[in-house]
Design a protein around this ligand. Structure first.
Ligand SMILES: [Zn+2]
Length: 424
């Protein structure tokens, strides 16, 4: 990093004097973060009266759809994105999110003093960042006004002219559609005063600029890598049979214009089988189910798709709750787990969703697998599919080792004898 000592701004905030220097980043690599453009670094010197300056490095991470050019931490103006603050020892002391220059949420290391005292707008922790203080609220229920910004998110879409199927969709830009005020009642101490929320509509545009109808298939997108793969074949069968679990998970994306679920073949960080990437859901409404293990047989692939479909649906529910579109109290346990394990929605910390799945989805997965196998055996034979990917999260000991062994054996019997081999 090169600090440009000749280029700085001075701001006096809350009695302290701040010098903000530009940092050129010539000599280090820049990892990209989904949904954000590359980082900008600033060196901040804070002079507290009659004191030596304290130095901080601020990393500003503008959201991909924010259009600000001059980025300063001491005067954020219309900045939308994240700010990470490091002390002189290189420790991250604060994580902050901004929407049009307004601090939304903040997580601060309790042992340090705020670099600049800004009061977060949001008191909820759903977005992952915990407010420190003064974010409003108190006990009981309060009603407050929330300004909802309406944005239309435009996508460039490539269409197969023969079949009309969508080959790819890429985020293009977003368009501000004004705002409206809505009354929100929040209970049990998490109420905010004035707040902001975002109302998203996603519009696909073909590569020649034509606006496409929101045909029902659009919101489930098949990446080129996925089309005609074994997983695609299995997906089509799951869709065709439209069982209860499929209907209540992946099926929910089919007619929800606010979200786009993409299937692809690719690499997962935390698994060799399959994973769900929900890191962009809060910004663009996009989610991906990634299948890594392309060698699994049809029946195991079906179990993987159903498992990932539950992840996708949980990401969607939490995002909807965050936007005020559904009531988080419909699934209080999920939010309790999020609160405990996973403050940041943009990460895929596996614990909250997986523990919730252990508690709610093992039997539904087993039932769905039994249906696919034409109800050949009793439910216990399919319980192993339900537990696949969840055994490591059975923190409360629901699965005894005796049952675990038995379910593995029964599952092997199913795999050996199943007639669900349509895609092998
Ligand atoms: Zn999982």
């Amino acid at each position: 990093m090169l600090i440009d000592w000749s280029s700085y701004t001075i701001n006096k905030i809350g009695g302290d004097l701040f010098y903000e220097f530009l940092i050129e980043k010539k000599y280090f690599s820049q990892p990209s973060v989904h949904g954000y453009t590359s980082s900008v670094y600033r060196l901040i010197a804070r002079f507290i009266t009659n004191d030596e300056p304290e130095f901080y490095i601020v990393e500003l991470l503008p959201r991909v759809d924010s259009e600000n050019i001059n980025l300063f931490y001491t005067s954020v103006e219309d900045f939308s994105g994240m700010a990470y603050i490091y002390n002189s020892k290189g420790q991250k002391v604060s994580i902050e999110s901004y929407e049009n220059g307004v601090l939304q949420t903040k997580r601060l290391d309790g042992s340090v003093r705020d670099l600049i005292t800004r009061i977060p707008q949001k008191c909820d922790v759903l977005e992952g960042l915990e407010p420190t203080s003064n974010c409003g609220g108190g006990g009981g229920c309060t009603t407050s006004s929330v300004v909802v910004q309406r944005w239309t998110y435009w996508y460039d879409v490539e269409v197969d002219t023969q079949t009309g199927a969508i080959v790819s969709a890429r985020y293009s830009h977003r368009q501000y559609r004004g705002s409206y005020v809505k009354q929100v009642t929040t209970c049990s101490g998490s109420a905010g005063s004035q707040g902001n929320a975002i109302d998203k509509t996603i519009i696909p545009v073909s590569s020649d600029g034509e606006v496409l109808n929101l045909i029902t298939e659009f919101l489930i997108i098949k990446d080129a890598s996925f089309k005609n793969s074994k997983a695609d074949c299995v997906y089509e069968i799951l869709k065709e049979s439209n069982g209860d679990l499929f209907k209540s998970t992946i099926g929910k994306f089919i007619d929800d214009p606010k979200y786009a679920l993409t299937f692809k073949i690719g690499n997962c960080v935390s698994s060799d089988d399959a994973c769900t990437d929900g890191s962009k859901i809060g910004t663009t409404g996009e989610l991906s189910i990634i299948i890594e293990n392309t060698n699994a047989n049809s029946i195991n692939t079906a179990a993987m798709i159903l498992h990932e479909g539950i992840h996708a649906e949980l990401f969607r529910f939490v995002d909807q709750a965050h936007n005020g579109d559904v009531d988080p109290n419909d699934r209080p346990r999920l939010f309790e787990l999020y609160n405990y394990y996973q403050r940041d929605l943009r990460t895929m910390d596996s614990n909250a969703q997986h523990v919730y799945m252990v508690e709610n989805y093992v039997v539904p997965i087993a039932k769905a697998m039994r249906e696919l196998d034409n109800n050949k055996y009793s439910l216990d034979y399919y319980m192993g599919f339900g537990w696949d990917g969840l055994r490591a999260y059975d923190y409360f000991g629901k699965l005894s080792s005796t049952d675990s062994d038995r379910f593995y054996q029964l599952q092997n019997t199913v795999v050996r004898n199943t007639s669900f081999k349509n895609c092998d």
